[in-house]
Design a protein around this ligand. Structure first.
Ligand code: ATP
Ligand code: MG
Length: 394
């Protein structure tokens, strides 16, 4: 039985009252959108100092809300009056239901507000009630406060008590939409969707950008990227994602024709950054996210990464930079992009046999003098197309 879902959030509690109010309102909106996306019925969402409550009898709501950025944990709970007797009765009912013969139990009590009793009193009285009930149905009850088989939590607040047994770990982070907008370079491989997601988790609204290398890659790569972006959109219900596709193949052709082959990949990426930068400025966004992880592939050495941004002054974020591939794969599985990212897609045919692994910092800037880089970037960006994705609109 469930009356309500308790929603706990973390870092918000550290903010000043005004900021906190704004964050909480965003969080409530995002929770409502997630419940709509997952088809969970609820009557209202209320706020009380330090907590959000979703009024619903659907215990599945707790899992849906745990997937909203900013949520630390959730619990489906039964509500009683803020009186020990009432809470104890609920504890006894729950205890009878969940504690098997021979199992030990513990009451975990907390209290906020003004009451004539302490949280210790709650623990003792509720424990007694459970004990008596178990005895009355022929169990041989035992309390174990250090390692109980079953726990019953009582959270006593000013006017109500909340009694629950489950705590679902939330995704954490900050409410989506509280940390501005950034362009996310999404290739559809394993890494870039994870990097975009990690920044979404920190509250950033993303503008996904896919650079289309056709004729050096084909539709399979594009479709994979778009499928990943749709999965990311499901983490952002209530927010519309503006997704850009930038034609990038002509730039590759220019580098192959006029630059040293070993630099093709680095020039390609530097140009993606330039394109993303133009889109970032047009969109009033304030950063660019990539899926780079130090040393993961030949191109991602620190020397190459420096050359790729040399003198560009671009605000780049690499949230995966210190993660191992296994750690990235764990997140990809958790967020649901892994199986899409490993779908077969054609590799870029412009990749050289012997790519540069230790570019001089100014090497790419010098190479760019062999092509009309500003013209190429302006042309690609002017030909970019965009679509809007909203996970609530099927
Ligand atoms: P991923 O797994 O995301 O494809 P990767 O480890 O294979 O990344 P690279 O191919 O070297 O690494 O690309 C580094 C980053 O550059 C990517 O994570 C992504 O952010 C960006 N990127 C690469 N190719 C594209 C593309 N076609 N469109 C948009 N961004 C791209
Ligand atoms: Mg890749």
């Amino acid at each position: 039985m469930t009356d309500i879902i308790i929603v706990r959030y973390g870092e918000l509690a550290l903010k000043s009252t005004g900021v906190r109010n704004w964050y909480e309102r965003k969080l409530v909106k995002n929770i409502a959108a997630m419940l709509n996306l997952r088809d969970v019925k609820y009557s209202q969402i209320t706020r009380e100092w330090g907590r959000i409550f979703v009024h619903t009898t659907d215990p599945g709501a707790a899992r849906a809300v745990a997937d909203v950025f900013g949520v630390v944990s959730t619990s489906p709970a039964i509500v009683s009056n803020a009186a020990i007797g009432d809470a104890a009765k609920v504890c006894a009912d729950i205890g009878e239901n969940i504690i098997e013969k021979g199992e030990s139990f513990a009451i975990r009590a907390r209290r906020t507000g003004n009451h004539s009793f302490s949280s210790r009193d709650i623990g003792t009285k509720c424990g007694d009630a459970v004990w008596e009930r178990l005895e009355s149905v022929g169990h041989d009850p035992s309390v174990n406060l250090t390692d109980p088989d079953k726990e019953i939590f009582v959270e006593m607040r000013q006017t109500r008590a909340y009694i629950f047994t489950k705590i679902f770990k939330g995704v954490g982070g900050l409410p989506l939409g509280t940390q501005g907008k950034m362009v996310a370079l999404v290739s559809g491989g394993i890494d870039s969707p994870v990097s975009a997601w990690l920044m979404m988790k920190r509250g950033v609204k993303i503008i996904p950008v896919y650079c289309d290398n056709e004729p050096f890659s084909d539709g399979t790569t594009r479709e994979r990227a778009m499928e990943c972006i749709k999965i990311l959109a499901d983490w952002a219900p209530g927010h519309t994602l503006k997704v850009y596709e930038v034609p990038h193949g002509e730039n590759l052709a220019a580098f192959l024709a006029d630059c040293n082959k070993k630099n093709t990949c680095l020039l390609c990426r530097r140009t993606m950054y330039r394109e993303a930068f133009e889109i970032m400025k047009n969109e009033g966004a304030s950063g660019i996210i990539t899926g780079a992880s130090l040393g993961q592939v030949a191109s991602q050495t620190s020397a190459n990464m420096y050359a790729e941004i040399y003198e560009l002054g671009i605000p780049l974020y690499h949230p995966l930079i210190g993660l191992d591939k296994t750690e990235i794969i764990d997140i990809a599985n958790r967020i649901g992009t892994f199986n899409t990212s490993i779908k077969p897609a054609t590799c870029c045919t412009a990749v050289p046999d012997y790519p540069e692994v230790k570019a001089k910092c100014d090497a790419l800037a010098l190479e760019e003098q062999n092509v009309n880089i500003e013209g190429l970037v302006a042309d690609s960006v002017s030909k970019a197309k965009f679509i809007r994705i909203n996970s609530l609109i099927k």
